[in-house]
Design a protein around this ligand. Structure first.
Ligand code: MTE
Ligand code: HPA
Ligand code: MOS
Length: 777
């Protein structure tokens, strides 16, 4: 018997194949929802948004709006046939504001008309009378008044009072980070098409088709089986289409129900920015007890987030923030408190990292303060606090860090960049340069993978093999540009040992794979990939039996390789075997399912093992600031990113680059600015600055950590990649602080929150100069 040939198939796992729609993306042939040919009779929709941050809605009068030619339907909260509630976690979050409008931009009513212009004109003519109430706009005001959208959360270990009292040194401080708009290139959009009886098909740009299905069903008062939600691809989502898409899809469905016509609702960029939620800004207060070596003995942290007007996903965001307040550090006595403050602003929501970035931002501010207080390098203080292996390895929430590779990752980075020499170059530059100052900082990352809520960690898939050997693949995950579809196709190609081009991924649909979780928490490939593998393995098992019968050998001797199926030196093409299975009346279709093992979480106690594993990374960044104008640039970024055994190094590299630049935007340039009336004044690209191609560091090297298989049995030992590298950008914020600190001889910690806009940098420069002068006196 000769062994099956080892020649590899084209496009299996671990190969750097391009995104499945790469050509479509660059040629414009990849269709987004708005590109779909209009169904005859389709209507366009427009929203009526509240101009007040807080107001009672007294009357809604559609008379003038309905008189506009072409207008086919108008709805307000009172017209909703089912339950006006689309809350993803709690209850009582309306799609259309009912009794009160709670933020400027709150959808109050909606219009459907033959054309978009007619719909928008009619929306302007809807007469809403309001009784204006006083709004609460900031975190502090909400804290003072005790206004929260969900109960306080706490994670605690040891005795914080004793721990602080017993520490040789103590510091107190406060730091803030801002929110962030998702700025997906494709804005929120949905197309709802009424079908027979109560049926409704909704094409939605959503990360969470099942939640859209549930939201639409609740609003229409129909069972879930009357609603089918489909999504082929999103033009970016970044967490902004996890829960927020349901608002848009829900309103489109209501208008479709009312008019009995297909209705498309697509928000203009400015309305999208004003009406839909963003990253949570945080106010973080800390008290830290430590010793002269920089070892942390006790840490007391308060994380207060601006949740906006309703809870949405805020409780889960807070939980993840608290579960990342340790980052890579062992904290003996620790108390972490999280508050989701209720304000009259848009409801904040998931955004890449989901509270993790804010959690780490807090502890890194603490480490920075401790290091500067002791005049020790940041890297030294960090290493003294890193989780150990076999000791000091339990997180504040009671999970043992079993897969700790942070020292390896940090070592690899420091070696690759020669940190010492680099630091000397920066110091030399600063001595010679009076106006432009440079800063250098590093950042280690440990990010937990899995949804905190254990039940969300499940996924399904549906695989068909056709009789020509081509494969139809469907799974519960959604494609938002992150490369999920190609990775899962690679997994299925690998399972069947056929070329990638034999596998066709189809649009995500609640009718094909039911009861799915959001494609979020970076776990899309981990979970849907395993479910697809499970489905493929079942079909493969049946095919192997047929092959065994055909060749007259035991099943154990059947091998799939190189697009063929072998029994010793005899073989059939994969397609020939598929046809043979059909003739033998053997099913070539299977569902697949996966549940993440080992995880559990008690949210009440703040204890458990919420994460299956951790992803690690490290970065070093150089920035320059102009001390006269406050401008800054990141000049060089060096990254090491763990992604286990990468399923697709090309995709993973792109994810690391994109996440880092997005994180840099959050911390340096993107500023959301509300006026005293609670109106967002930065609601378009002219006033809200996302990083452009010229903001990408001119020296930018991303290294995927080699030979680092996941310790846990994930799909082909890969690791999640979508969110973790975003937090590496905290190095940029720390580097800006370092540049400012150089003005005070590195003896003082700068007062510099994020984002580091020119105004903030100038203020921090003035502040540190004044403090340094005082010290000199
Ligand atoms: N990459 C692109 N191009 N577009 C996106 O919208 N979203 C990010 C990340 N990478 C996003 C992206 C977020 S917030 C998450 S949680 C993950 O992708 C989700 O996909 P995954 O679980 O398949 O990694
Ligand atoms: N990440 C993203 N989305 C979520 C999570 C999470 O951890 N939990 C609930 N929704
Ligand atoms: Mo990502 S914030 O989990 O959608």
């Amino acid at each position: 018997m000769t062994a099956a040939p080892v020649q590899r198939i084209k496009g299996g796992v671990h190969s750097a194949v391009r995104h499945e729609s790469a050509v479509g993306h660059v040629t414009g042939r990849a269709a987004y929802l708005d590109d779909l040919p209009a169904v005859p009779g389709s209507l366009e929709a427009a929203l009526v948004l509240s101009p007040h941050a807080h107001a009672r809605i007294v009357t809604v009068d559609f008379a003038r709006a309905l008189a506009v030619p072409g207008v086919r339907a108008a709805i307000a909260a009172g017209d909703i046939p089912g339950r006006n509630d689309i809350a993803p976690i709690l209850k009582g979050e309306p799609a259309l504001a009912g009794g009160v409008a709670e933020y400027v931009g709150h959808p109050v009513a909606a219009i459907a008309a033959d054309t978009l212009d007619q719909a928008r004109e009619a929306a302007r003519l809807v007469d809403v009378t309001y009784e204006v109430l006083s709004p609460v706009l900031g975190i502090e005001e909400a804290l003072e008044r005790g206004l929260l959208v969900s109960p306080e959360q706490k994670i605690e270990r040891g005795d914080i009072a004793k721990g602080l009292a017993g520490s040789p040194l103590r510091l107190k401080g406060e730091v803030r980070c801002g929110g962030q708009d998702h700025f997906y290139l494709e804005g929120q959009i949905a197309l709802a098409v009424p079908g027979e009886e109560r049926d409704m098909v909704v094409w939605s740009s959503t990360q969470h088709p099942t939640e859209v299905q549930h939201g639409v069903a609740h609003l229409l008062g129909v069972p879930f089986n009357a609603v089918t939600v489909e999504v082929r691809r999103m033009g970016g989502a970044f967490g902004g289409k996890e829960s927020q898409a349901t608002i848009i899809a829900g309103i489109a469905a209501l208008l479709a129900w009312k008019s009995r016509r297909p209705v498309k609702l697509r928000l203009a960029r400015d309305d999208d920015m004003v009406a839909t939620g963003k990253r949570h800004p945080f106010l973080i207060r800390y008290e830290v007890g430590f010793d002269a070596e920089g070892r942390i003995h006790a840490l007391d942290m308060l994380y207060a987030a601006n949740a906006g007007n309703v809870a949405d996903l805020s409780p889960a965001v807070i939980a993840r923030a608290l579960c990342h307040a340790d980052n890579c550090y062992y904290l003996p006595h620790v108390r972490l408190r999280g508050l989701a403050c209720k304000t009259n602003t848009v409801s904040n929501t998931a955004f890449r990292g989901f509270g993790g970035p804010q959690g780490m931002f807090g502890i890194e501010a603490v480490i920075d303060a401790v290091a500067r207080h002791l005049r020790l390098p940041l890297e030294t203080v960090r290493r003294r606090n890193f989780y150990g292996i076999g000791r000091n390895d339990v997180t504040p929430y009671g999970m043992t860090v079993e897969d700790n590779i942070i020292e390896r990752v940090v070592d690899e980075l420091e070696r690759a960049v020669d940190l010492k020499t680099w630091r000397n170059e920066i110091d030399a530059f600063n001595r010679a340069s009076p106006v432009v100052k440079k800063g250098l900082a590093t950042m280690p990352v440990k990010f937990g993978i899995s949804f905190n809520l254990t039940s969300l960690n499940q996924a399904g898939a549906l695989v068909h093999v056709y009789t020509d050997g081509s494969v139809h693949l469907n799974h519960g995950g959604t494609e938002m540009g992150q490369g999920l579809f190609v990775k899962i196709a690679q997994i299925v190609a690998e399972a069947f040992q056929i070329d990638l081009e034999q596998v066709r991924v189809s649009a995500t649909s609640t009718g094909k794979v039911p009861n799915t979780s959001a494609t979020a928490a970076s776990s899309g490939t981990d979970m849907n990939g395993m479910a697809a593998l499970n489905a493929a393995e079942q079909i493969k098992g049946r095919m192997a039996e047929v092959a065994a019968g055909h060749f007259g050998v035991p099943v154990g001797e059947i091998a799939f390789a190189d697009n063929r199926v072998f029994a010793g030196n005899k073989s059939l093409a994969f397609g020939e075997l598929a046809a043979l299975c059909w003739r033998n009346r053997v099913s070539l279709s299977s569902t697949g399912f996966y549940r993440t093992p080992k995880i559990h979480w008690d949210g009440q106690a703040g204890q458990g093992r919420p994460f299956y594993y951790f992803v690690y990374g490290a970065a070093a960044c150089e920035v320059a600031i102009d001390t006269l104008t406050g401008e800054m640039r990141c000049l060089r970024a060096e990254l090491v990113q763990d992604c286990g055994l990468s399923l697709n190094p090309a995709i993973d590299l792109g994810q690391a680059e994109g996440a880092f630049v997005q994180g840099m935007g959050w911390l340096t340039a993107e500023e959301l600015w509300w006026d005293k009336e609670g109106r967002l004044r930065t609601h378009g690209p002219s006033t809200y600055k996302i990083p452009g191609s010229r903001d990408v560091p001119p020296v930018f090297n991303v290294r995927l950590l080699p030979n680092a298989p996941n310790r846990e049995a994930t799909v082909f030992r890969s690791k999640a990649i979508g969110e973790p590298p975003l937090m590496l950008a905290i190095a940029v914020w720390l580097a800006v602080r370092d540049a400012v600190a150089s003005l005070g001889g590195h003896r003082l910690a700068p007062a510099l929150d994020a984002p580091t806009t020119p105004q903030r940098i100038l203020a921090a420069v003035d502040d540190i100069k004044a403090r340094a002068a005082n010290m000199g006196r």
